[in-house]
Design a protein around this ligand. Structure first.
Ligand code: APR
Ligand code: PHB
Length: 389
């Protein structure tokens, strides 16, 4: 078989790229190792920058997002019993869209299916061949049958544990990593959110986040030791700890309920350079990971997709390779700024085990400065709503 672009990975990156290319008549095949249902069962962050909102509209899948998504013009930051608001709209002219990644991915799947998009599920043993030539191909197995797909280009949208990044020879790439000595214990509950806007909270007991999916579905997180297991935490223990980390008024107003999902996510910063090798291009989590504090995972995947889509479109329309040749440098420039913001916000808001009392005083001073200084708030707001593509 032959196609123009093979996309490895049927998560948000792969599906969004496939849908954008389809609308330009560029043929793709998406290879996904799981089932559609498994992919849609993943619970992930749901804060969309304006760039991703625009890409979803461009892909023709923005209707439900605009119907059901929540436009947020601000976000709240609390420390101890203090709380202040970052007025995103006033500082930047933009807000963010709160819309679950699961729903975004569902919309993309439905669009691909409606368009007759080629997607192969339950693939195994994906191998990338001759990526450093102008005739690359991919082999993969479904059941007992092995297949070959010849193509012009390969998009590695297969996440942190995928095969694409591993297909770049070790001596042709460099990886940067920082791990954090804590994780996020998150729950989903069919309860009304405690606040109309997200609350990023820090206290001497650690970080907490009050988020939501809609007016009837709340998402909460608390920082926990990286040695914790989800079975160590009952729902009651979670709610009690959350109440200790948010301001008294919100703790009092919090409506608790049984968790319908509960999990622990590790925190990691990671970047692979470069993000391309020959005709293989890495997109999204395949190339970089951020701690979820700044909600930049999906949003940096989106800007990668935009850059790669533009480069591929220029190739197929005009035969120009310039956009593709510049892809890695352009994507990395924006990714490193998102890595910095995510690292900075994580450091500001989490209680690090090895923190001294002086370090904690520095955190409070940072928070007091952010609270009182318009320039500091503007800088934070610009990063949070999304730096330009
Ligand atoms: N072959 C085929 N598919 C694979 C392979 C493989 N060898 N390895 C992984 N995959 C699939 C995974 O099953 C997953 O569905 O690739 C997909 C990668 O999706 P994500 O991990 O969601 O990565 P991405 O699409 O870049 O989206 C980034 O999603 O995970 C969140 O926090 C992340 O918000 C960010 C966004
Ligand atoms: C979420 O709703 O899951 C969420 C929101 C904002 C973040 C991280 C996660 O920064």
């Amino acid at each position: 078989m032959r196609t123009q672009v093979v996309i490895i990975g049927g998560g948000p990156s792969g599906l969004l790229l496939a849908q954008l290319l389809h609308r330009q008549g560029i043929a793709t095949v998406v290879l996904e190792r799981r089932t559609r249902e498994y992919v849609l069962g993943r619970i992930r962050a749901g804060v969309l920058e304006r760039g991703l909102v625009a890409l979803m509209e461009q892909a023709g899948v923005g209707d439900r997002m605009h119907r059901e998504g929540l436009e947020h013009d601000g976000a709240l930051i609390s420390y101890g019993d203090q709380m202040f608001r970052i007025d995103l709209k006033a500082h930047t002219g933009n807000g963010v869209m709160v819309y679950g990644q699961t729903e975004l991915t569902r919309d993309l799947y439905e669009a691909r299916e409606a368009a007759g998009g080629e997607m192969v599920f339950n693939v195994a043993d994906v191998e990338i061949k001759d990526a450093d030539s102008d005739r690359p191909h991919v082999t993969y197995r479904v059941g007992t049958e092995t297949h070959r797909l010849d193509c012009d280009f390969i998009a590695g949208c297969d996440g942190f544990h995928g095969v694409s990044r591993q297909s770049i020879p070790p001596d042709r790439k460099r990886e940067y990593e920082k791990t954090y000595p804590f994780g996020w214990l998150g729950i989903l509950s069919e309860t009304p959110p405690v606040s109309d806007e997200l609350i990023y909270a820090t206290s001497t007991r650690g970080f907490a986040l009050c988020s939501m999916r809609n007016a009837r579905l709340s998402r909460y997180y608390i920082q926990c030791p990286d040695s914790d297991r989800v079975e160590d935490w009952s729902d009651a223990a979670f709610w009690e700890e959350l109440k200790c980390r948010i301001p008294p008024a919100q703790a009092e107003a919090l409506i608790t309920g049984p968790s319908i999902e509960k999990s622990i996510a590790p925190l990691r910063s990671f970047v692979c350079e470069p993000m391309q090798w020959g005709r293989l291009f890495l997109c999204g989590d395949a190339a970089h990971i951020v701690p979820p504090t700044g909600a930049k995972g999906l949003n940096t995947a989106a800007s990668d997709v935009q850059y790669l889509y533009a480069g591929l479109r220029a190739f197929y329309e005009d035969g120009k390779m310039g956009g593709l040749a510049a892809y890695s440098a352009k994507a990395l420039s924006r990714i490193w700024k998102a890595e910095r913001f995510s690292w900075w916000f994580s450091t500001l808001m989490h209680r690090h085990p090895e923190m001294s009392e002086f370090d904690h005083k520095m955190q409070i001073a940072d928070l007091e400065f952010l609270r009182s200084n318009a320039a500091a708030q503007k800088a934070m707001a610009e990063n949070y709503v999304g730096l330009p593509y």
